[in-house]
Ligand binder design. Structure first.
Ligand code: ZN
Length: 159
């Protein structure tokens, strides 16, 4: 079966940045499972996988505009320390924030005195991403999966 709309795909992946550092990968024997065409993966990866079948391997270079978008420096804000939750603060900590468009995630990127810097960009925004992909399985999505807009695991509902 070929990867198309309304199929559920199991894929092994290794994600590297431009420097070749591994940023993320599927756990051994635990391929990523997703519902194709539902916007569950970044567009560059879904586009590259369309039409592939189980057993296919491919390498994909995904520019930011097909990945997590360009960095937007307007999303970098300095705020007083006291606006953040009590307790130890560490660079790299992520917070959920409420804003006009809904809920977003910001990353604490710097602490200077009583000012902290928060970055609302996705950590991979602006990065060109290199994927090694290997298709393990392609099957038809179930009605329930199509209704939910995502894949369910072998044991059925997992969320
Ligand atoms: Zn579901």
């Amino acid at each position: 079966m070929q990867i198309a709309e309304e199929t559920v795909v199991s894929v092994e992946y290794v994600l590297k940045n431009e420097a070749g550092e591994v940023l993320d990968q599927a756990k051994p024997d635990k391929p990523l499972q997703y519902l194709h065409g539902a916007g569950n993966l970044i567009p560059g990866v879904e586009e590259a996988l369309a039409g592939k079948a189980s057993g296919d391997s491919l390498q994909v270079v995904v520019p930011p505009e097909k990945g997590y978008g360009a960095r937007d420096e307007r999303l970098v804000l300095q705020v007083p320390r006291e606006q953040l939750p009590e307790g130890e603060l560490e660079v790299g900590t992520q917070f959920q924030v409420q804003h006009d468009g809904g809920v977003g995630v910001v990353t604490l990127t710097d602490i200077a005195g009583d000012q902290v810097t928060l970055d609302g960009n996705h950590p991979l925004a602006g990065e060109t991403l290199h994927f090694d992909l290997s298709v393990v399985e392609v099957r038809s999505a179930t009605t329930e999966e199509l209704e939910h807009g995502h894949a369910h695991g072998p044991e059925g509902h997992q969320h």
